[in-house]
Design a binder for this molecule. Structure first.
Ligand code: UDP
Length: 236
């Protein structure tokens, strides 16, 4: 069925979310706007919306096939997808395979060190506080999620890591780290949000060239080209 975009429910930094005539289905429009450092740095990346939408669709479909339930329903066009309407849990779930970003900084590590085993982190999704790092006990005690939900999220996040790491490697990409968000749909926790170069660190597996949002965050140049390169490789 063709869905129609009705009222806009929410506009975030990178996406707009619209109601549709189907109660539990929403339309997400991906924007070219880019922000970093908790909104301090603002800009725009040409075609980012279209790239992130298509890349998320490819990865959500792959994950569904591999048994990871998620909110993706269908692609509408280059920039838009239909998703299940979930209640997002206020958690950012980060999985790391290689040291980079905030973990490298916090622990005084060089970037690029392969971790002996994947590291899973939780951040409390709160812009005013700058998404502070928390642990499972905080999440449960503060009722951000139940103990059972946290256990399930951890299992799912590590499974997503296995699947994506292997898939990206076949495309010549190293999955350094990434952020996931989960939501509740029909009483069950499922994967939601997006999976794109905005939310993953991806390095060329031969050269370690950064092909993700760090090109924007760190003013490395060729930002658009990097996003396009990732989508091209995934489509091959
Ligand atoms: N990340 C994200 N949104 C955030 C924070 C982090 O998508 O609000 C992603 C980021 O792109 C990277 C991973 O999560 O792939 C780990 O990010 P990190 O904690 O190193 O923070 P950053 O260096 O991005 O501030």
């Amino acid at each position: 069925m063709e869905l129609t975009k009705l009222e806009m429910l929410y506009e975030g930094k990178a996406k707009k979310v619209y109601k549709t005539e189907v109660q539990d289905q929403l339309i997400v429009t991906y924007k070219d706007d880019a922000t970093a450092f908790n909104g301090e740095k603002k800009g725009s990346i040409a075609e980012k919306g279209a790239i992130n939408n298509q890349m998320s669709a490819i990865l959500f479909q792959l994950l569904e096939e591999m048994g990871v339930e998620n909110h993706f329903i269908s692609l509408i066009n280059e920039r838009e997808m239909v998703v299940k309407s979930v209640t997002i849990l206020p958690l950012e779930v980060i999985v790391r395979n290689v040291t980079a970003g905030s973990m490298a900084k916090r622990l005084g590590l060089e970037e690029g060190k392969i971790l002996k085993s994947p590291v899973l982190e939780f951040c409390y999704k709160n812009d005013e506080l700058g998404d502070p790092l928390i642990n499972d006990d905080h999440a449960i005690a503060l009722e951000l999620a139940t103990k059972e939900q946290i256990q399930y999220i951890k299992e799912q996040a590590l499974k997503v890591n296995e699947i994506l790491q292997e898939f990206f490697l076949t495309k010549g990409l190293k999955l350094v780290d990434f952020k996931l968000e989960f939501g509740v749909y029909d009483g069950k926790v499922i994967l939601a949000d997006e999976i794109s170069p905005d939310t993953c660190r991806l390095w060329d597996s031969n050269t370690n060239e950064k092909l993700d949002k760090d090109r924007f965050r760190r003013d490395l140049g060729n930002v658009e080209e990097a996003y396009q390169e990732v989508l091209n490789r995934l489509k091959k």
